[in-house]
Design a protein around this ligand. Sequence first.
Ligand code: PEP
Length: 253
Amino acid sequence: MTRRKFVCGNWKMHKTVAEAVAFVKELEAALGEAKGKVQVAVAPPFTALHAVARAATGTSVEVAAQDVHWEAKGAFTGEVSAAMLAEVGCRHGIVGHSERRQLFGETDETVRKKVGALLAAHLQPIVCVGETLAEREAGRTLEVVGRQVRAGLAGLSAQELERLTLAYEPVWAIGTGRTATTAQAQEVHAAIRAILRELGAPVADRIRIQYGGSVKPENAAELMAQPDVDGALVGGASLEPNGFAAIVKGALR
Ligand code: PEP
């Protein structure tokens, strides 16, 4: 089964509106032969979403939000709903990022609620899962990731599952320069795919599973050549358009 590779840049708390808009133009120019062959998205901070979506209109670059609240509206100071994200031109929403889990109290339950809210607003969730270094060293990687996948996707229909992307991001590899080996990534990706088969048998082979954690131009092609690695979620190395385009092109090799 061939799945079109999907590479998303997560800018975290970086870039002004002007910087973000300029990036889209430079990225589109740098994508070259990868344009249309690889699905590409960037996740700017909330403040730049509208402007980036406008700048990306007519290009091959799609827009993702870094987070979302699960309620449609109400007294939730500081939060943004899925419908609000859709209105400004977002197509995807990242949920369950390890920084949200570790620093802002994200749980498997809130991930599941956010997935539901994104799907209801016709957005495509990118659901992040991954173990800490202590969990890996204790031999608990597959147990932890399995729990996050099952809880984050609980009760979704096959049609709903098909609309989402998973991102395996070992916490120890995020922003550390330390990347999972191709064998480590493939092992967990295959385990996630096996769970997806249990949850929604016929569609499991169509769901993309991205790898995230210190992906850079030098290691992107090798990681994405693994049979169950269907793209990348890229933090630090997505902040510079030529380097990010080089990562995207790694999906063609
Ligand atoms: C991320 O935060 O999703 C990420 C993978 O970061 P980095 O590429 O910087 O490790």
